[in-house]
Design a protein. Structure first.
Length: 732
């Protein structure tokens, strides 16, 4: 039997491992860089328990211990599990700042007694449990890829996976269709051989989002969007569908903050057009740019942001989705202003910016040079903003805008067309079937598929592996039974608190206040109580919003703040039900208050003039974390409930303009999960399916250290909850 020789990693290779691990890559992904299995990388990382060697670090505790990681490494190589043992020792004995030698002596003295001094397991701990995070996702119910052989004919469906498939493009020879799919838990690129009809080949496997592929004219390269370097950038890689290892040669062409989207190779392959977000006060306006195929010679083509002119609709202005004319002399793109989306044409020198079609998104050019696009189709009950991105039929016009012709049928909506260069064939994506998925009675048309199968993934932290589960309910929380309770949006207004199994099955209404909205739910999993805000969301500070408490079966509902008039919302209850924190004030924020579990003795926590909101209690009820504007934008602040020991959870980000919101503690209190826009936008705003096209889940150690990104997608990831739960049999 032959064996591969043992690899001895250089300092530079180890440094690369630490950098990739810090950014949230999996062991498998890092190991592929060195053509090794994940155990080879795991060996290096475990030598220091997931901490980069040589740095001064914080070990979890109250207050935390400071220790040099090199000293820690000397402790950890002696016996597996010592790092966990030290953490538990620190937590239990409440040790103060110690010299490394002192800590080392204590650690060696108690190696045999770690089990005895470990903290009690959480009440819901037990055999077969897994740590899980549930969060709100605004993703579509399902998309599939459709192939049209002729214009205005019914297509055939090319994909049948229950996960979303979208943004399909033909290879120049017409043999392959490359598309984005979330069947692996996040967005990756796949190639489908439409001539031979084989199963799709996975082209990318990174934990990041990979999307919006474009072929070079010779078919040898793909340009695509990826978040693998932190935010959405334009990459190129070889197209190698046979051995599927082109990803190893992926190169970042843009590498800049903000976001770069929807690349398109020029007909001669020398340039790439794309859209990007410039620094326009965080408003997310995309503009059209062109660069060389190697990333050089970047220049803007579309008009700059007219901020004063369109202030009222700042979030619905932008230019995007560029595509080339057949001769490469001009670009077609969409522009959105207060009149809606329109298709335009501009020459490469920026001249001749001309209206082609008064209503349209996703422009594409047919084999004979016509300009195709998705035209939004108004639907009953949908406002204009929903209509932009959620409905549409594909039409085309001549290059001068004349001769409107349907390219797709009217039976369903279709988006993002692409055309075979050698035939009349067209591919696009549109709604796919959702048979077998839970629908909650009364939900609006875009809220069914309550637990999308492609919204499940595994995320790795240095000390644990998490199941991360997205659902189409707002403010979800785990029940003591492991079920999920959340707010469902009904057609035309507020919805009830609804309980489902973790896979979205067996829905039942828990609480439905007549004519009102129950939202911002929290569950005391030890005492068996639920608290929720009842009243209008996004309301002023003078609005009447109250906090209600009920049993986990929905019984004994009582208004806890009936005598405390005002906007009392976003409650969070301690695990034992003895304490509740909440936000008092308007939708933009307010102040953090605390009261006992029966609604008594409400008092404000501190006297900061900053806006404070979205509080959460630690598992023991002694600490509270919340979002504050005390520094730039919204950052996370942690303090004891008695007001002492307050600090920023990420002090190194105090002066960075981004938002961190909706925090929740891990079951052991060691981590905090939250939503942040720090990774920027992952797609053009008008073509997305979201209230706001940002918001990823991150986790940060309470004791200090870098946050780790948990989700990579272009949908909005919202409020979350974290618990130890029992997963269903066969859960994937």
């Amino acid at each position: 039997m032959k064996y591969r020789p043992r690899i001895y990693y250089s300092d530079a290779q180890k440094a690369l491992m630490w950098d990739r691990w810090k950014e949230g890559e999996s062991l498998h992904s890092i190991a592929r860089l060195f053509d090794r299995g994940h155990a080879s990388v795991q060996r290096i990382l475990l030598e220091t328990g997931g901490i980069r060697p040589g740095a001064d670090i914080l070990l979890v505790g109250r207050p935390p211990i400071v220790i040099n990681a090199t000293i820690l490494e000397q402790l950890l190589v002696i016996e597996d599990g010592i790092y966990t043992c030290i953490l538990r020792l620190n937590w239990r004995l409440n040790m103060h700042r110690l010299e490394p030698a002192v800590l080392g002596s204590i650690a060696f003295a108690v190696l045999g007694a770690c089990t005895d001094i470990a903290p009690e397991p959480p009440a819901d701990a037990g055999e077969g449990l897994a740590e899980a995070i549930v969060y709100t996702t605004t993703r579509p119910p399902n998309f599939d890829i459709y192939l049209f052989d002729e214009p205005d004919q019914f297509p055939r469906r090319l994909t049948d996976d229950p996960a979303m498939d979208y943004n399909a493009v033909f290879s120049p020879d017409g043999r392959w269709v490359v598309f984005t799919s979330e069947r692996g838990g996040n967005a990756d690129l796949y190639a489908l051989d439409v001539e031979r009809g084989k199963a799709p080949v996975r082209l990318t496997r990174h934990i990041a989002m990979d999307d919006a592929a474009s072929f070079s004219p010779d078919g040898r390269q793909l340009a695509f969007v990826s978040t693998r370097d932190g935010n959405a950038d334009i990459f190129v890689m070889p197209f190698l569908p046979i051995d599927a290892n082109g990803e190893d040669e992926a190169v970042n062409l843009t590498r800049r903050p903000g976001g770069d989207f929807n690349p398109a190779f020029s007909p001669d392959g020398s340039r790439i057009a794309y859209s990007r977000i410039d620094e326009f006060d965080g408003r997310g306006a995309t503009l059209i740019y062109v660069m060389g195929a190697d990333g050089s010679d970047v220049r803007r083509l579309s008009a700059p942001w007219p901020s004063a002119e369109l202030a009222e609709r700042e979030h619905w202005y932008g230019s995007g989705s560029p595509t080339w004319s057949r001769d490469g002399s001009a670009l077609y793109y969409y522009r959105i202003n207060h009149d809606g989306p329109a298709i335009r044409r501009v020459a490469l020198d920026g001249s001749g910016d001309t209206l082609i079609a008064p209503s349209g998104l996703y422009p594409a050019v047919t084999r004979d040079g016509r300009v195709a696009f998705t035209q939004p189709q108004p639907r009953e009950g949908m406002d204009a903003e929903d209509t932009f991105s959620r409905t549409g039929r594909i039409f085309s016009v001549a290059a001068d805008g004349s001769g409107l012709r349907p390219e797709s049928d009217a039976a369903r909506s279709y988006f993002a067309p692409d055309f075979d260069r050698e035939s009349t064939r067209m591919v696009s994506h549109g709604p796919g079937p959702v048979e077998g998925r839970t629908e909650v009675a009364g939900q609006n048309a875009y809220a069914y598929a309550f637990a999308p199968p492609d919204a499940r993934l595994q995320a790795e932290l240095p000390d644990r592996v998490l199941e991360v589960i997205g659902i189409r309910g707002y403010f979800p929380a785990f029940m003591p039974t492991g079920e999920i309770v959340s707010t469902v949006i009904r057609d035309g207004g507020p919805g009830p608190l609804t309980v489902t199994a973790i896979d979205g099955s067996d829905p039942r209404v828990l609480f439905d206040p007549p004519g009102n909205f129950a939202w911002g739910v929290s569950v005391a999993r030890q005492s068996g109580h639920v608290v929720v805000a009842v009243g209008p969301p996004q309301a002023s500070g003078e609005a009447s919003v109250d906090i209600w408490k009920l049993g986990i079966d929905g019984s004994d509902a009582i208004n806890l703040t009936a005598d405390f008039e005002g906007n009392n919302a976003l409650p969070h209850i301690s695990a034992d039900g003895s304490r509740i924190v909440f936000r008092r004030g308007g939708a933009g924020g307010g102040s953090i208050y605390v009261m006992d579990g029966e609604g008594g003795y409400p008092r404000r926590l501190g006297d900061s003039p900053a806006i404070e909101t979205m509080p959460a209690l630690s598992p023991d009820g002694e600490w509270v974390v919340f979002s504050t504007t005390a520094v730039e934008e919204r950052k996370l602040w942690i303090q004891r409930v008695d007001g002492t020991d307050g600090r920023l959870l990420e002090p190194d980000r105090a002066d960075i303009i981004d938002m961190s919101m909706h925090p929740r503690f891990s079951p052991d209190g060691i981590w905090v999960v939250f939503t942040s826009n720090r990774s920027g936008f992952n797609d053009e705003w008008p073509t997305g399916w979201f209230p706001q096209p940002y918001g990823e889940l991150w986790a940060v150690p309470v004791a200090g250290g870098p946050a780790i990104r948990l989700t990579h997608n272009k949908w909005e990831d919202g409020p979350s909850d974290w618990a130890s739960v029992r997963l269903p049999v066969g859960w994937q």
